[in-house]
Design a protein around this ligand. Sequence first.
Ligand SMILES: [Zn+2]
Length: 416
Amino acid sequence: MPLMRIPYTAPLPPPTIIPPSARTTSGAVSALTDFLDHEFGQRRAALTRSAGHSQPQYQSQSPSRQNDDDGVKKTLLLTGAGISVASGLADYRGVNGTYTLNKTYRPIYYHEFVKSHEARKRYWARSFLGWTNLERARPNRAHEAVGRLGELGRVGRVVTQNVDSFHPIAHPSLPTIELHGYLRSLVCLSCRTEYPRSTFQQQLAQLNPAWSDFLQEMLRTGALDTENPDERRRKGYRTNPDGDVDIPDAPYSTFRYPACPTCLASPPLAPDGTKLDAEIDDDGAWRRGSGILKPAVIMFGESISAAVKTAAEEAVDEAGRVLVIGSSLATYSAWRLVKRAKERGLPIGILNMGGVRGEEGFFEGVAPENTGVAAVRCSEVAEKVLPVVVGAIEELEGLKRGSGSGGGGVAASGTL
Ligand SMILES: [Zn+2]
């Protein structure tokens, strides 16, 4: 069955924090450190018992997995929009799991983009104005912390729902599977050739001088520096209530976009052998036929390619545990990966502000004495806590190296 990207917009209940000590930021750091450094977390739990506390015997959620992830099966991270908020990109859902940014916002669906020239004009006009913000945005401390967790051997792979390319930019040597594609490229619907978005932006500017002038004006006033509609209006950005750009002299229907150069040079063939020509106007803008360029992202209503779907599933199957960061798992494609991990008995962690779709099911059967090794659920800002978690694990590494294998756990336990 093809895996389709569909938004899930029902309100989500607030999370139950696991363990309860993770309600504070320092408690969340400690629990996340235990989750990501579970060998140490287990030793600490044992030390707590032997120190005379009347806690029940510690039990891993799935004891049979304790050995096979030793040094081999690392944590798989599954990240969403929440990890990119600090880079200046709007969270799709906002901190309380609701659509706060723009209540009437409705993303374009794949079938609309493929079928309708008008829908594509509108999409590319808005994308033309929005691209500068994304191109100027950079990975933040959370992405850097993820890269460091890879270097420290705690994280083996990243699956991201984000299309902003921040993971591959921040940590090129830690593999990233981009579940929903990437905005840095375009792909031709006819021949599947990919092109860089930055070049396409220049072509859009040449084909749409009035829009280009408007964009330059908005960049000059700083109206595009914020995602806040009120602030944008104050800086001269004219928008109607649903956030659409309102430019009287340059309506969407006049917007033009280029056709695929490969299809123009060598028209693709239909199944019956006839040539599928791409027609362009005098300036090179697409008019009809083949060679329609689409952003290389999986749009809503579009199926994820079989290769990406399989790669993401294999990443779950090869992982020792799964930690979700900055995602409400609103899309089924992401949610089912965590469900798959749960079914395979992997410990699950979630670091996300606000509720997560169906999360109570991921934490069934977690023992009350769990410190974070078997499960963690906290509602904290990723770029705030992840660098601190990295620091804690680096400290453990230093102490482990300094004191040999015997007393390392005891020495380290005193520092947290
Ligand atoms: Zn093409």
